[in-house]
Design a protein around this ligand. Sequence first.
Ligand code: CAA
Length: 686
Amino acid sequence: MSSSVSVANEGGVAIVTIDNPPVNALSFHVREPLMQALVALRDDASVTAIVIACAGRTFVAGADITEFGKPMQQPELRAIVAVLEAIARPTVAAIHGTALGGGLELALGCHFRVADQGARLGLPEVKLGILPGGGGTVRLPRLVGAAKALKMIVSGTPIGADEAYGAGLVDAVFEGDLTTHAVNFAREMARKGGPFPPVRDRDDVLKETDLAAFDAEAADLARKARGLEAPIACAQAVRDAVTLPFDEALAEERALFVKLVASDQSRAQRHLFFAEREAAKLPGKDAVKRRIARVGVIGAGTMGGGIAMAFANGGFPVTLLETSQEALRRGLATIEKNYTVSVARGSLSEDAKRQRLAQFKGTIDHADLADCDLIVEAAFEDMAVKKEIFGKLDAAARPGAILATNTSYLDIDEIAASTSRPQDVLGLHFFSPANVMKLLEIVRAEKTAPDALATVIDLARRIGKVAVVVGVCHGFVGNRMLAARGSESEALLLEGATPSQIDKAFTDFGWPMGPFQMGDLAGLDIGWRNRKARGLTAPIADTLCQQGRFGQKTGRGFYLYENGSRTPVPDPEVEALIRDKAAEKGIVPRTIDADEIIERTLYPLVNEGAKILEEGIAARASDIDVVWVNGYGFPIGKGGPMFWAGLEGAARIVGRLRYWHERTGKDVFKPAPLLERMAKTDSWEA
Ligand code: CAA
């Protein structure tokens, strides 16, 4: 037929196989022959049943995302599903790997779905800023009920084969050769005889919907959407599936899809999908990797413990080193406690907890790191301390072991120079809590060997991290830009804004929290220590720290946290302190609006990103977006700071930076040459 779709006949059962590597996306060159095959089979009386299967590693993983934003070539998926659904003989989707998005929608066009034990099924479109546009919102609730469909579609999280079976989404789960099982299943269904009601006609489950409970759930989801349109549209579409006749609901789904796919939010989220995959690509990534069987972690504090858990969760045995038995005991106890919390929450089984804990070996002797293939240092953030540790590592580690530092700021070239093997040294900058946060900045030092780099890029993927390779500079990509964002926060306070007003401008923009809430959460003492080390000051934050107000952990910071609460309450004392400091400096407070807050904090952030690109610290603008979305909570619907700069208009950003530079003379406002070029060319390419 075509290289993408073939049809075989096995004793009267037609097997339609889609073969479009790597993930069998429903590209035009699949849709066209698939439609032809289904039309031909529909009209072929010799065929008793039809199985739709896929070659390669997965069932169809969705529409071809690269085709979004371009005119859609016919036939569309909806038309294919309509033809499939109208076939009178039994049709069976044989699902292995992942049936996602359009893939699951295709399967929903079949009378039956059978799955391999390891298969996962879901409608993840919401993560791309859209909703299922091939009938998924209308058909899925007819099988699993409106409440379950709402959860699956709004979260976008796929479910496993057994759960899908329990929910009524699949009709059988098999181990072994799936196509053979599917053919036998189809033959059996044909033998039993129909009728075979298509999913569109199976609305019994919908009649059980508790619409009031559904609306309450949908309202809750809308509150959590933080300005994202897709989750709300998803909920609306599922509601339509319950309240409207099938074809009307389908038309409503279509209208919502068309609107969303053209939106900036969806463009931003699609940009991030490809940006994350692009970030792991760099010249030499295919170099022969070093073997990593055991990982060593130095330091069992919050950071070290989290890093150790990240590796143990990824299946690696970990040697955890501390300076004393007491510190080691404390560190291991915290790790155990964290796993116990996961068990209590139901995200980990007792058995898995035991297995994870069995991965850890504690020691206070550097010599015990000799059998580690990668050693990550997560000790105190002090150059002298790091150099001493790397000196010891140089003596203890086996030749060829990768020596990594988790430093957030320090010069890794200098750390590497304290060893006799700088080619093996690099940075692995995890974000706290390291066992949870997805981002990993991989810092390539001047002498890092390409195979060492390729090894950790691969390793990052294996432990479920989103990796971005960055160069050496103070703070690397994320923290260096964070400093640029933060530099104006205090100035805005002195000029008349309150912490809650600034934080609100951020949350209205789509951030999960504003800079002062974040400071209170992370601990104000961290920034204070860092400023003191660099001879810098921040009059208000410094004073708060002098008063012992370190944020949530002391119950007081920029806000009050009463009785251990995590909810920030504005504190008149802080506001009085701000006014006093302003008066000392002779500043007369004025009204500051949200636009100014965003301009003075986020435009310097973009500007710093442009400098980072110019200097080659990041390879691509999209890498910076990946860092900010995955490590700092930049709103996904805006695609990261560099993508957002395009939406906002680089020319506008440059104009306003110039304005603030003229008024204040501050360096953070001086437009980077690359940003000025971007304003003219609309491209971050240097
Ligand atoms: N369209 C186009 N390309 C896709 C794709 C898609 N739907 N899904 C994956 N790819 C590409 C990736 O960009 C990547 O390309 P490169 O190798 O050039 O970087 C390649 O396929 C392999 O992807 P991964 O690296 O992600 O492979 P993985 O094994 O880690 O994960 C996966 C596989 C779970 C299927 C993952 O790729 C994934 O989640 N894909 C997206 C699934 C999705 O969102 N589907 C819904 C699409 S929208 C839709 O279907 C709308 C509709 O209603 C019709």
